[in-house]
Structures are given as structure tokens and as C-alpha cells.
Design a protein around this ligand. Structure first.
Ligand SMILES: C[S@@+](CC[C@H](N)C(=O)[O-])C[C@H]1O[C@@H](n2cnc3c(N)ncnc32)[C@H](O)[C@@H]1O
Length: 324
């Protein structure tokens, strides 16, 4: 039996203009790369012998696709108990004022559940969900209809509840008060405010970085840094943070949920590139805060929540960085 290990590298040409629309256009979707390293079994068929069932189960296990970018197609099945009607617990600590009538980008949006809830509940002017995996993006687009059909929400903004911890992390750090006089902009409606795009948020070089324009008021990067870091090393994660900073307008916010270093180890052997990057990582997630404040240029960091997820692995801090 011959095993094929297929991992096709990225071939997208460097864009000339780095607006989010140009960089992540539908053209790149058509040329989209294979993102899952798949160990494909040969075409052997079972010959009907009883122990072949065992063998094929073993084979299935062995040839399970590797989601090398964290591009799990059942991610929300693991995170949120399926069929329970429970929503993603992280949404409870998000404030309307961070999104309403704003331009918002969700980097690594997966199939778009968080993206769509924010687009519908908080009515940003423009909500863009971006993911490296074209299959996830096409599922997200199909999912929009379920959010349109769902009953109008009677949402109570609980973000001022006592459970939310506000900790200024820098010398001038302060939590900003809720502006209760915020009204919805009548020109904004769901789902017209929402779009999904396929693309890699990590740029290739500093020339591309220099072309990035201020386009967004809020950028979400939830549970994505580990994957960016493992696949692109320290240089890639730095490029990721620099691009976010340049993409934000003055006063803009980065909402960041980094995975801890301990969680990297489990994934360190997914590909040779990841193995190599893992061994050479110097900028550990615990140092991101200093890097974002001292090097990238964010002026303040607040801890907005440490999510009380049932599963310990998902209990991660969510931080908010502000660009002055
Ligand atoms: C673990 S999932 C998190 C999904 C979502 N942000 C959340 O927390 O609910 C990470 C997502 O990031 C995407 N991703 C990984 N690397 C990326 C990159 N370089 N650019 C854009 N998306 C990326 C993956 O495809 C995957 O859907």
C-alpha cells in the first residue's frame, strides 16, 4: 500500500494594493490552495473479510486529516455543545460599542458563527469574516441564511456585568465607559453588512506591509495566533500583529484571544515546517502583550475576560488593545 502525503504550498501572487478586498478577492478563492495536509490511503478496497473492518477503522484513524491551520470543520461543535442552543460564551463579554456602526474584521473566522452573531446583534456598518480555508468560507456563506431566518434576538447587553474583569495593563490603561446613547445607524442592516473572504492574513514582506491602509475600527483575532505562529514562525506572527496595527484606524481596537504556549506542544509535529518553526520560536504568547505595546505601538491593553468555559483548554484570556 502506498501512502501519499499531500501538502500543497501556497502560490498566491503578491497583490499590488493591500485593501482587504484586493488581497482576499474571490480570484484567490478560485486559486485556493489545499490547506489540509491529507495522508491519503491507496485505492485498496476491503475484500469483505471480517478483520478488514478493524483494519479500515485503524486506517481511518491513521489517515485522519490534519488541520494544519486550525481549520477544523467542526470547530464550533467542540467549542459549543451542539444542539444545546447555548451560544459562544465569549460573546457575553463583548460590548455593543466596539462594533455598532463600525468597520469590523474577524481574522480566522472559521465557518463564521461568531462573525454572524456580531454582525446581526451589534450591527456593525461592515463586518468582514476572513479565513485561510476556502471550504470554511463557502460554508460560512451558506450559513448566513440560518442567521437571517432565526427569530429576531431580544438581546440584553450584559457586558457591564460583575463577571467582567477590567484590568488596565499599561500605565495609562483605563476601561472606557459604555456610551448608553449609542443608536443604531438606520442605514446598516443585516446581512447586507456582512461578507466573507478567503485569504491568508500573513503578508510576505515589509513592502506589502507598507501598503496596508487604515480600514477597520475593530479587529477580532480569536484563537488564531497559535496557527499563524506555528505555520509562519516569529517573523509571521510579528507580521500578523503589524498588519493588524496598520489596518486599524486611530482609536481602533484589537480583540485578541491568544492560545498559551503549553497548547503549542501538542501540534508541534503536524508538518516539517511547523516542527522547524516550533523549535525556533522565541516570542512566546506570554510575551505578546509587551511586544504589542512596546514594539508594535498599541497604547493600552485591557483584560476583558477570562472565559469560564467548561473545558479547561478553552479557558483563555481575551485582551483588548487600543491604537491611539
Ligand atoms: C481555531 S479556529 C478559531 C475560529 C474563530 N476565530 C473562533 O475563535 O471561534 C482558527 C481559524 O483560523 C484560520 N486561520 C489560520 N491561519 C490563518 C491565516 N493565516 N489567515 C486567515 N485565517 C487563518 C483557520 O482556518 C481557522 O478557521
Amino acid at each position: 500500500m502506498v501512502d501519499k502525503i499531500v501538502e500543497i504550498s501556497r502560490t498566491t501572487a503578491a497583490p499590488e494594493n493591500l485593501s482587504i478586498d484586493t488581497l482576499t478577492s474571490d480570484d484567490t478563492m478560485e486559486n485556493s490552495e489545499k490547506l489540509v495536509a491529507i495522508n491519503q490511503p491507496s485505492t485498496d478496497q476491503d475484500n469483505g473479510k471480517p478483520n478488514n473492518l478493524k483494519k479500515s477503522r485503524k486506517r481511518e484513524k491513521k489517515y485522519k486529516p490534519k488541520f494544519i491551520h486550525g481549520n477544523y470543520n467542526r470547530y464550533y461543535g467542540y467549542r459549543n455543545k451542539p444542539g444545546s442552543g447555548e451560544e459562544d460564551i465569549r460573546l457575553l463579554s463583548f460590548k455593543r460599542e466596539w462594533f455598532n456602526s463600525k468597520d469590523v474584521l474577524d481574522v480566522g473566522c472559521n465557518v463564521g458563527h461568531v462573525t454572524m452573531t456580531i454582525a446581526k446583534r451589534f450591527l456593525p456598518k461592515r463586518m468582514v469574516g476572513l479565513d485561510i480555508d476556502s471550504n470554511l468560507i463557502s460554508t460560512a456563506r451558506k450559513n448566513i441564511k440560518y442567521y437571517i431566518d432565526a427569530k429576531k434576538e431580544n438581546y440584553v447587553d450584559v457586558s457591564e456585568s460583575e463577571n467582567v474583569v477590567h484590568v488596565p495593563c499599561s500605565a495609562n490603561g483605563e476601561s472606557s465607559p459604555i456610551n448608553s446613547s449609542m443608536f443604531n445607524d438606520a442605514s446598516v442592516s443585516f446581512p447586507e453588512n456582512l461578507s466573507f473572504k478567503q485569504g491568508n492574513y500573513v503578508l510576505n514582506n515589509s513592502k506589502q506591509l507598507s501598503l496596508v491602509q487604515e480600514e477597520f475600527d475593530t479587529i477580532l483575532a480569536l484563537s488564531v495566533t497559535k496557527w499563524i505562529h506555528l505555520n509562519n514562525g516569529d517573523a509571521g506572527i510579528k507580521m500578523f500583529f503589524q498588519r493588524i496595527f496598520r489596518h486599524l484606524r486611530p482609536g481602533g481596537r484589537l480583540i485578541l484571544e491568544p492560545q498559551p504556549w503549553t497548547s503549542y506542544k501538542k501540534r508541534k509535529n503536524l508538518t516539517l515546517t511547523i516542527q522547524n518553526n516550533f523549535q525556533n520560536i522565541n516570542l512566546k504568547p506570554e510575551q505578546f502583550q509587551r511586544y504589542l505595546l512596546d514594539v508594535v505601538g498599541f497604547s493600552k491593553c485591557e483584560l476583558i475576560d477570562v472565559v469560564h468555559h467548561k473545558s479547561k483548554g478553552f479557558r483563555r484570556p481575551i485582551q483588548m488593545y487600543t491604537k491611539c
